[in-house]
Design a protein around this ligand. Structure first.
Ligand code: ZN
Length: 278
């Protein structure tokens, strides 16, 4: 359903009408009518009001828009309140803050998923995501995207899940804490698919981005930077049968982390990626 701004009501969008004048004119050109028929049948989108045929359709009515705005402000206030409760740093960006209606939809989605209705779960998440459409900041919708990707993946819609990850990547912009999570999600999926080298790369990226967040907040003392001791990286390298590649990457990382305060994250990023592209 869409909202027609001319009729001021919700309508089911339809195709623009068949144009007989055009058709008869094109028949005179002998073959010109063929593309018109193809265009009308296959290519025309349902983007007209079914009552007045205008194309002034929008997703929400002014009332719904106002309601969405209210909910958005509610979420902002909730988030701000949590910030005020002594959460310093970036952890508050990781909190899932939803309004009641969204929470309701999420609960329904969880139930649907547990009952084996993965597609229905995705639909419910999409419904929840609808109202985030106008949010400029992706922090609020990020957990929803994560959940949607998980449902897609678990429902065998892998390609769509990966597409969604790419979409999320472009939306995350430079938000490092979100990117760190995104890399970690990708790591999980790649591991699940048995693509261990890719998983290793994403695991390294996730760690680097989390550390970058700590450094941003002057919390470098919380960074555990002993790359040689972390078994999870070794394990992925072993499964990928690329231990030498990991060894090279580790050299780069150990060296870079030696001078943590001056760590040039973009440079390390580049080096690690170059190694993995070999
Ligand atoms: Zn209309």
């Amino acid at each position: 359903m869409k909202y027609c701004n001319v009729c001021e009501k919700h309508v089911e969008p339809v195709k623009a009408d068949w144009n007989w004048k055009w058709f008869i004119l094109l028949v005179l050109t002998v073959v010109g009518w063929i593309p018109y028929v193809i265009y009308h049948v296959f290519l025309k989108k349902n983007n007209r009001c079914s009552i007045c045929q205008s194309d002034e359709l929008s997703k929400f009515s002014p009332e719904e828009r106002a309601e969405n705005k209210k909910r958005r402000e509610m979420r902002k206030a909730k988030r701000a309140a949590q910030k005020g409760e002594g959460n310093v740093g970036f952890e508050e960006d990781l909190m899932d803050v939803f309004d009641d209606e969204t929470e309701n939809l999420l609960k329904k989605a969880d139930i649907a998923f547990e009952e084996g209705e993965g597609d229905q779960a995705v639909k419910l998440i999409d419904k929840a995501l609808d109202i985030y459409e106008e949010d400029e900041d992706v922090t609020g919708s990020f957990p929803l995207y994560k959940k949607k990707a998980f449902y897609l993946y678990k429902s065998g819609r892998n390609d769509e899940a990966w597409e969604l990850y790419n979409h999320m990547y472009s939306k995350c912009d430079e938000k490092r804490i979100l990117l760190a999570q995104l890399f970690n999600e990708k790591r999980k999926m790649l591991e699940f698919e048995g693509k261990y080298l890719g998983a290793l790369r994403e695991a390294i990226m996730a760690k680097i981005y989390y550390d970058w967040c700590y450094l941003d907040k002057d919390r470098s003392d919380e960074i555990d930077y002993d790359w040689t001791e972390d078994d999870s990286f070794n394990e992925l390298a072993r499964k990928a049968e690329k231990e030498h590649r990991w060894e090279e990457a580790r050299q780069v990382l150990v060296e870079a982390y030696d001078d943590l305060e001056n760590l040039d994250f973009p440079e390390v990023n580049k080096k690690v990626h170059t190694l993995f592209r070999k």
